[in-house]
Design a protein around this ligand. Structure first.
Ligand SMILES: Nc1ncnc2c1ncn2[C@@H]1O[C@H](COP(=O)(O)OP(=O)(O)OP(=O)(O)O)[C@@H](O)[C@H]1O
Length: 261
């Protein structure tokens, strides 16, 4: 029996005009990776803010597992550039113990940067520190708003792979927003295509044939996604390169971590 972490029942949010999200039903269980895709202004951030309790819903309701630990990875890290801040200090702001913070940084591949200034990190390193910060709480539900933003294409594949492996290790639920359609298609279990309401949802390999998906993203994108999808059973390093150690490496020899993931 899957353990339910969050359920949205007929949730709508409106500001001044028509609803920004309308009649959303969604459940995330432990072990699920649910990715929300949709055009700009489709209501994706509003949806996850509602899950996090940062946005009041206008109608419907959101059920969260009582006491659920949520790790949130925001879209941007907004920091005062003149404030000196090391990665260590940033992590300690979580209130978690130092060794726990170090473990989380090591797990996301940036343990060596603990004494670096947070302002000097690359886009990919910054995202990994943000994921580590969420991880330090030992989350049951990981919520990520465009985790691969500002990261080059190889690094994006590696980041999505990291998220998948964290899901496997922690057996947490994951809900994330992404614009990186090709990458997402291989890195998720369920895709929700949002455009105020849920246009379509399902497994990535099925959704690209859905007329609502084609209407939203166009025939060309849908066709390329259908071709692109493959069973992703190998590992990437920090730079997105395929590394040895998986049983089926040979099938993916041509795969260097570029868009096909
Ligand atoms: N606090 C607010 N007050 C008024 N309108 C808002 C508020 N927050 C969001 N909106 C509007 O709601 C709509 C959906 O915004 P949201 O940020 O959820 O979209 P999104 O799908 O995440 O977009 P993007 O892909 O561009 O990040 C937009 O038209 C936005 O202007």
């Amino acid at each position: 029996m899957p353990e339910r972490l969050v359920t949205l029942n007929n949730v709508s949010v409106r500001f001044d005009g028509p609803p920004v999200i309308d009649g959303i039903n969604l459940t995330v269980n432990r072990g699920d990776i649910v990715t929300i895709i949709g055009p700009n202004g489709a209501g994706k951030t509003t949806l996850i803010k509602s899950v996090l309790g940062l946005q009041r819903v206008s109608s419907g309701n959101i059920w969260l597992k009582p006491g659920v630990r949520i790790g949130y990875v925001p879209q941007h890290l907004v920091l005062q550039p003149t404030l000196p801040l090391s990665v260590r200090r940033f992590m300690m702001l979580t209130g978690e113990a130092g060794d726990r913070c170090q473990q989380a940084l090591t797990r996301t591949g940036v343990g060596h940067l603990v004494d670096a200034s947070i302002h000097h990190l690359s886009g990919g390193e910054k995202q990994r520190v943000l994921i580590a910060r969420a991880l330090a709480r030992n989350p049951e539900l990981l919520v990520l708003d465009e985790p691969a933003q500002g990261v080059d294409i190889n690094g994006q594949a590696a980041l999505y792979e990291l998220i998948r492996s964290l899901r496997d290790e922690l057996h947490c639920g994951v809900i994330m927003i992404s614009h990186d359609l090709h990458l997402v298609m291989a890195a998720t279990d369920q895709v929700i295509c949002l455009n105020q309401h849920v246009c379509c949802s399902g497994r990535p390999e099925d959704i690209s044939a859905d007329p609502a998906f084609i209407e939203t993203f166009g025939q060309q994108v849908a066709e390329s996604l259908a071709v692109y999808h493959h069973h992703h059973n190998h590992q990437h390093n920090l730079h997105g390169d395929v590394v040895a150690g998986d049983a089926d490496h040979r099938q993916h020899e041509g795969c260097s971590g570029h868009g096909a993931h």
